[in-house]
Design a protein around this ligand. Structure first.
Ligand SMILES: Cc1cc2nc3c(=O)[nH]c(=O)nc-3n(C[C@H](O)[C@H](O)[C@H](O)COP(=O)(O)OP(=O)(O)OC[C@H]3O[C@@H](n4cnc5c(N)ncnc54)[C@H](O)[C@@H]3O)c2cc1C
Length: 520
């Protein structure tokens, strides 16, 4: 009898292993570059695309430049990315500047016939330059030409070309009866990459993530078909494209987004201490995040904290006109803290507040708008890491953290930001964004001047990161993507990784949209 039962356990054990394998072993192909020239690609694209569509062939990927029918250009792809640094090295087969969805469809048709990897580039703000892809001889579809903005006041929605940047959207929506979007604070960030990964910003405690307000998308799939994606058409894709990150499933060409009313007034307190108060201030911030009986923060408050080796700053931003709410919170926060070395307070209308982040708050309105139409986007040499927390960092962890910060020199910014409020009220399985139970996130960022200083700074960054890793949830936000994370599916997608993996296989089983941190 015992042997019989043991046999059954053994069979069950085997079945379990077998089932797990059934669910997890759908492998996607990895691409290896084997071509000696791109002549076929040139012939295909020039036969399908209108002459008005610009295509650029970098010389480094053309085997015989003299015999090739098309002109090549000496070109550095890093010019297309907001991120500088020694981490990008590959060269694409071609960069296509599309002007509408049908151009995207035609490029995908050639790519599918000739087996090329395709990557979409919108705002170029991926932290690791993934808008350029990550494999040699890929096709880059530059979306910047699809940048229309249509505001519909009647149903409070905006329809945007996927290549639009956040800055012009903030501007145009505000001109239409003071609407806005609940998105991030850098106006040069591209709408597409931002919304597909979540889209977090100052209004997130009040209105959730930008992806929570995405109502519909138009997109081209790996076979070159144009899809309409919403709650009833392609509902699985609708789920995956709201928080599952850019670049894995389809190329989105249009977003329809629910607009929100901009705050009537935005007021911010900045409290600055020099570093000797750091531990006390961080502990107080953590109490504010976790103790709801002392601090019952309403969703119209956004409290963040920036730490570096010189000073520590708490910023309390309030969206509303009852300034007593703000004053009470500041007084409560300061109850057990030393008086800040600097206290600043300023109140502005929403648009001025958004542009103030760039030092443009007081400029002439037209000049602000032109900035995004005509000026070159700024580029940064930096590396970032990010972690979510569901409990405070321990005393011991904080000591190690502050000791490590003090050991380095150079530009370092560590930001603690709240991820609760309205973000928590949305059911976890409603969209692909899985981190709706965490209280705050910490983003560590170093800036560098060149490849040498980048390496040195990255060592410092990694050392600080390791002091706070243990107390974290070991999960992070896909829009703060980091190529050094080995098990990224769990790190970014937590409980949603299996469903995303299955959908990737369903929509892109040939891995046409491959890049090194794609859904796998
Ligand atoms: C200076 C700076 C400030 C930032 N501030 C914030 C912030 O406040 N809040 C926040 O949440 N994030 C912020 N981010 C992160 C930002 O949201 C992500 O990097 C986002 O992915 C950038 O989108 P993009 O279109 O500009 O980037 P890209 O580099 O063009 O694209 C990013 C990824 O999306 C894919 N992709 C691009 N377009 C499409 C498309 N049309 N269809 C399908 N896939 C596409 C790309 O292939 C790539 O994998 C910031 C980044 C920087 C550099």
């Amino acid at each position: 009898m015992i042997i019989f039962i043991l046999n059954w356990f053994f069979i069950l054990f085997l079945l379990c292993i077998f089932q797990v394998n059934l669910v997890t072993t759908t492998h996607l192909p990895n691409y290896r570059f084997t071509r000696t020239n791109n002549n076929d690609l040139y012939t295909c694209l020039s036969s399908l695309l209108p002459l008005t569509v610009r295509t650029i062939y970098p010389c480094s990927t053309i085997a015989n430049q003299n015999n090739f029918q098309c002109k090549c250009v000496h070109f550095n792809i890093t010019n297309l990315s907001a991120i500088r640094g020694g981490r990008f090295s590959h060269s694409p087969a071609v960069i296509v500047y599309v002007t509408d969805s049908s151009d995207v469809q035609n490029v995908l048709a050639c790519a599918a016939n000739l087996n090329y990897v395709v990557n979409a580039l919108s705002g170029g703000h991926s932290y690791e330059g993934y808008g350029l892809g990550s494999t040699y001889n890929n096709i880059i579809i530059n979306m910047e030409g699809i940048n229309y903005i249509k505001i519909n006041q009647h149903d409070r929605t905006g329809t945007f070309g996927a290549g639009t940047r956040l800055g012009p959207i903030y501007y145009e929506a505000y001109q239409s009866d003071n609407y806005t979007i609940n998105a991030g604070s850098c106006p040069w960030v591209g709408l597409a990459g931002h919304a597909l990964g979540g889209g977090y910003g100052l209004l997130s405690r009040l209105h959730g993530l930008l992806s929570d307000n995405v109502l519909e998308m138009k997109a081209v799939n790996a076979q070159g078909e144009l899809l309409t994606i919403n709650e009833t058409h392609e509902p699985d894709l609708y789920w995956a494209l709201r928080g599952g990150g850019g670049g894995s499933f389809v190329i989105v060409t249009e977003f329809k987004i629910r607009l929100v009313k901009a705050p009537l007034l935005t007021t911010q307190y900045s409290l600055v201490w020099y570093p000797n108060a750091s531990k006390l201030v961080i502990q107080r911030y953590q109490l504010l995040m976790f103790n709801n009986t002392i601090f019952n923060l309403s969703n119209d408050l956004f409290v963040s904290m920036t730490v570096n080796h010189l000073e520590i700053t708490i910023s309390i931003t309030y969206f509303g006109i009852e300034l007593d709410v703000l004053k009470r919170t500041v007084a409560l926060l300061l109850e057990t803290l030393p008086t800040p070395n600097i206290t600043k307070i300023h109140s502005e209308d929403w648009l001025t507040f958004v542009y103030d982040g760039l030092g443009l708050g007081n400029s002439n309105v037209d000049h602000r708008y032109l900035l995004f139409k005509n000026l070159t986007m700024p580029t940064y040499c930096f590396k970032a890491k990010h972690l979510f927390y569901d409990k405070p960092i321990s005393d011991h962890g904080l000591d190690q953290f502050l000791n490590r910060i003090a050991l380095g020199i150079g530009e370092l910014y560590i930001t603690f930001s709240p991820w609760d409020g309205h973000i928590h009220t949305i059911p976890i399985d409603k969209t692909a964004f899985p981190h709706r139970r965490y209280k705050f996130g910490i983003q560590l960022m170093i800036y560098c001047n060149d490849t040498n200083s980048e390496k040195k700074q990255m060592k410092w960054l990694n050392e600080i990161y390791s002091t706070i890793y243990h107390d974290s949830t070991k999960h992070s936000y896909i829009n703060y993507i980091d190529r050094d994370v080995p098990s990224w599916m769990d790190y970014y997608y937590n409980t949603h990784q299996q469903r995303l993996h299955n959908l990737k296989y369903l929509y892109d089983k040939n891995n046409r949209f491959y890049f090194e941190k794609t859904i796998k």
